[in-house]
Each structure stands twice: as C-alpha cells, then as structure tokens.
Design a binder for this molecule. Structure first.
Ligand code: 16G
Ligand code: MG
Length: 546
C-alpha cells in the first residue's frame, strides 16, 4: 500500500524555485538543468502513480534535453508500450511541477482520486539519462521521488532515449504474444543486429559509414551495437564521441546542427564517395549527407529517409502480393514540398499531415496499415498496425519471390523500433535498403530535388497569441496575419510559408520554401518581418536580405 506520508519530508529536500513556472511541453519538461531539481523529484512521484494507474505496468523516465545546449536538461515519461505519455496526464505533470512544496502530497492525492488509482499496487519505474553534467544530480532527485512512494525502481544508466522506450516496451510485453525483446542494452543490440544481418546477408558489403555522434550518448551505444553486430556489413567510424569534455555535447555538431545549418560539422572533413550521418544528443534523430561530384554538401534529411523507406516497403508489399496492405506516410508542415509531391504523384501513396512533435505523428501513423512517419529533422519510425500484422500472418505465398518478400517484411518489422523514432534502428534500416538496392547516397538522393527552404525564428512579446489549424499550416490568430502571409506567398513560384509558435522555446517559427534560393529567402524574411511588425516583435527586426 502506498502512503503519501514520506512525501513532505522528501519534498522539503527538493524545494521548488519560487520564481519559476514549468510546463510539460512537446517533449516533456525542458529548461536549464540547474532549475529542474524539484520538477524531476515530482516526476518521480507521478511516474510511480502512473504505474499504479496502469495496474503496476512499468513506466519509463528519461532525463535528457536531446539536441539542446549542454546546460539544459529535461525529463519525460514513457508509457507502457514505450510510447510518449498519454496527453491527458501532461496537465498533471505541469500541475505537480508548479505546486508549492507543501501542496505536493495533496495534489498527488487529488490526481490519484481523479484517476481512481489503486494505491495498493506496487509502482514499477525504470529510468535512464543522457551524458549531460546535470544528469547525476537530477537522477538523485528522481530516485528520491521514487523512494518516497516505495516504487520498485531500476536504473538503466546512460542510454539513448529510444533504448529506454524499447526497455519499457520489452518489460511490459514479456511473456505475452507481443513480446518485444530482452530489456537490456545487449538485448537491444541482439534484436536489431540480428534482424539487420538477416536482411543483408549475402549482399555486397557497404563502404564505411562515418557517424557524428554529437558528443553524446549515441557514441558509446553505437560502438556497442557495432561490437555486437561484429560484421563487415556494419563498418562504422565514430566522430564527435567525446562525452567527457565539458561544453562539447551538441556543440557545432549533431543532427540538429547539420539540418539547421545545411552543412557538415566543422570537425568533419567531407570527402567525395564517403557516407556520413549525424545523430542528435540523445540519438533519436538521424540525418545522412555526402559531398556531390563538385564537393558540395548534400543533405538526406527525414523526408529523404521516409521516402526511401516508404518506397522500399511499398515495393515489398507489391512483390509479396498482399492485397489491401496500405503503406502511408505522415509528415509535418516542415516536410519539403518536393517530398510531398514525390510521395503523392510518383509513389502514389497516401500522405497525411500532423502537428510538429513525435507524439502527434505517431498517433497519425497508427491509423495506417504500415505508417511511415518522419519529421524533416530526422525523427521518425515505422509502425505496423494490428491490421498489417494480421494480413502478414494470413499471407500464403504463391511463389519463392512472394515468400521472400513476406519474410523480409517480418524481418524489417524486427529491425524497426516501433516505440519511437530511433537513430540507431533507423540507421540500420537505411543501411539495409541501400545495401539491398546497391545504392550510393547520391543514387538515393536522385529520387527528387528539395526546394530551397529556410527556417527563421522571431521573438515576440507573447507567443500565446499565435494559434494555428490545418496541422499548423494556417494561422487563426493574430487576426489578419494569415491573409498577409497568403498574399506574400502568391508572389513566388512554388512558394509556401507558415508561421507557428514553438512548443519548446519562447519564440515563433517561420518556415518558407520557393523555387529558387533567392525567392525562398525573400519570402522567409518578408513573412518574418510581417510577424515582427504585426504581432509584437522584440529585439532586431528579421531583415538579413531585405
Ligand atoms: C521537440 C520534438 C521534436 C520537434 C521539436 C519542435 C519530440 C520527442 N521532440 O524537440 O519532434 O520537432 O520539438 O520544436 O517530440 P519547436 O516546437 O520548438 O519548433
Ligand atoms: Mg533528440
């Protein structure tokens, strides 16, 4: 039986900073690491309660701030199937994080009552962290929260965010037909490594892959994966792997740097014919890149990855001869317009759009038989829904080619981390497809050409006045601003632009694309200027090109 009697004593050791308000945003709590002690302690309490509300299923807690600066940190909860916390509980997270120290037990009690939580259930929680310097102290705060509610808690150490999601899913499916794998790093390496080797065996070996690990947790973990695979099919060279030196995490490196700056990290020299990829700081994003024949940087981002995967899956489904097994693609407004046209017109696959943030894409992809979802920034995965699994089970091959395609679809499902986007699993999937097709990165890149795009940030007095609809592509307020954007967009061939409030920063984001680089930049800066003028811009007016 859980009692709340120890909460007051523990809570006193983790006082909330009086001047701070915390919000559980798109990817959990995220802010300066040294302000998060009380929040992480309270997340420990809530994780235990969440487990009790799920009849003692294991809940995960990840301490990370992903691609953000090393001084930041964050924390998020993982639900029993390894998915993001159910949205209706996000409000509880913010509520308890902002309670006064004395109110914590009462608020937890009222949440328990509202959710009819059975407090006699033993809470089970697993947790992990990335390599940030503030991690150990925050982990100790979390452990106090878990101890205050006598949770059965297990520390998984320093692992990637998707590995923790994987462990949670393994633990909750053990001994059921949906069993997912061994809940350990070696179990993870074994599951994904073996599926990979099954898929590539007998094909020519690939050239080495140069990996930028953002000086984060992806570095030791991808090395451990490579040691487990132990095959010329996975020949990697890891760069930006310094997780010890302060200040290096995500600094001028990593997937976010590469995508935002459209260039390789300065620490890496691009050589023609070499293959490169970058993870972000907690290894849930990946982008690929290479130098073309003229030495110019070429990016293969989340859109390119999702079109590669969708094409491959579609072709396998056709070869397998399974009727009505639909492959679809979920994108966000940030998807390059060329990728969307390619999916619709060339691949002839259904696409749908969701709001930015993995949880939104994930839910949209669940509606499809085989749902491929990626954000342009490199975060995504593939989901096989129950309908797809049933169709695969029922399929009766009429030829060796059909049997092989069905076997490959099963192996691909084993290769994919279905709980969440995962840089390492996505990397193995991309490598598999390239090896099977015998493709270089430039051959992959040839499918379509990205329209020039630009992303700008505008700081405004109050970003809450920005509201959107249509998967964040249309503003409903401030009044009149969308109409103004529409007029600007019409001036440019293939022009597209949208404005949305950030879910992670106190700023508004402006995205634009158009047929030429000059048009795209003009459009981006004129929309950003309009936002600045009409909606309370602060600081310098965005005006680099105008
Ligand atoms: C978070 C999201 C990421 C999204 C980004 C948008 C997760 C795990 N992460 O990092 O998917 O692209 O926020 O940030 O959902 P913004 O709202 O500040 O533009
Ligand atoms: Mg990340």
């Amino acid at each position: 039986m859980t009692t709340f009697s120890k909460i007051a004593e523990y809570s006193a050791k983790h006082p909330k900073p009086a001047d701070k308000t915390f919000a559980y945003g798109t990817a959990g709590f995220r802010t300066l690491g040294d302000t998060l002690d009380s929040t992480v302690f309270r997340v420990g309490l809530l994780a235990a309660l969440r487990s009790q509300s799920k009849e003692g299923k294991t809940i995960g807690v990840m301490i990370t701030a992903s691609h953000n600066h090393e001084r930041d940190n964050g924390v998020k909860l993982v639900d029993p199937m390894g998915e993001m916390l159910q949205q209706s509980w996000e409000g509880y997270c913010s509520e308890i994080a902002n309670a006064s120290d004395e109110q914590v037990a009462d608020i937890l009690g009222s949440i328990a009552k509202a959710e009819a939580v059975d407090l006699s259930v033993t809470p089970r929680v697993v947790y992990a962290r990335d390599t940030r310097p503030s991690g150990p102290a925050l982990q100790a705060a979390l452990e106090d929260g878990l101890a205050a509610l006598n949770a059965d808690a297990t520390n998984y150490g320093i692992v990637t965010t998707p590995q923790l999601h994987y462990f949670v899913r393994c633990l909750n499916t053990a001994g059921t037909p949906a069993t997912y794998g061994e809940p350990s790093v070696s179990g993870y390496n074994h599951k994904y490594g073996q599926a990979y080797l099954r898929l590539v065996n007998g094909k020519p070996h690939p050239s080495p892959l140069f990996i930028d690990a953002a000086n984060g947790v992806g570095a030791p973990q991808v090395r451990s994966l490579a040691a487990a695979i132990n095959s010329p099919y996975f020949n990697i060279k890891v760069f930006n792997s310094d997780t010890e030196t302060l200040g290096k995490l995500n600094m001028d490196c990593g997937a976010d740097y590469v995508k935002s700056n459209q260039r390789q990290p300065p620490s890496m020299e691009l050589q023609p014919d070499r293959r490169y990829c970058s993870f972000d700081g907690d290894a849930d994003r990946i982008v690929y890149y290479y130098a073309d024949a003229h030495g110019a940087f070429r990016l293969l981002d989340g859109d390119k990855i999702s079109t590669l995967i969708a094409t491959y899956l579609r072709d396998l489904v056709v070869t397998a001869g399974i009727d009505d097994l639909q492959v679809g693609v979920v994108q966000t407004a940030y998807a390059n317009g060329s990728s969307t046209s390619y999916i619709k017109d060339t691949l002839q696959l259904p696409t749908s759009f969701s709001k930015t943030g993995v949880k939104y894409l994930h839910h949209e992809a669940e509606k499809m038989n085989i749902g491929v979802y990626f954000e342009a920034n490199g975060h995504g995965t593939v989901l096989f829904n129950t309908g797809a699994v049933a169709k695969l089970q029922q399929a009766t091959p009429q030829s060796p080619a059909q049997a092989d395609a069905i076997e490959r679809l099963w192996a691909l499902r084993d290769l994919i981390n279905e709980s969440v986007g995962d840089a390492m699993s996505d990397m193995l999937l991309v490598e598999t497809i390239l090896i099977c097709k015998g493709w270089s990165l430039s051959q992959w890149d040839a499918a379509y050409s990205d329209l020039p795009s630009r992303l700008l940030k505008v700081v405004v007095n109050d970003r809450t006045i920005f509201n959107t609809t249509n998967a964040e592509q249309t503003l409903t307020s401030p009044k009149g601003l969308q109409e103004h954007v529409d007029v600007l967009v019409k001036k440019y061939p293939k022009g597209r632009s949208f404005v949305r409030p950030s879910g992670t920063e106190d700023a508004v984001r402006v995205y634009a694309e158009a047929a030429t680089r000059a048009d795209c930049d003009q459009l981006a800066y004129s929309v950003a200027g309009a936002v600045f003028d009409k909606a309370g811009g602060r600081g310098d007016r965005p005006s680099e090109f105008l």
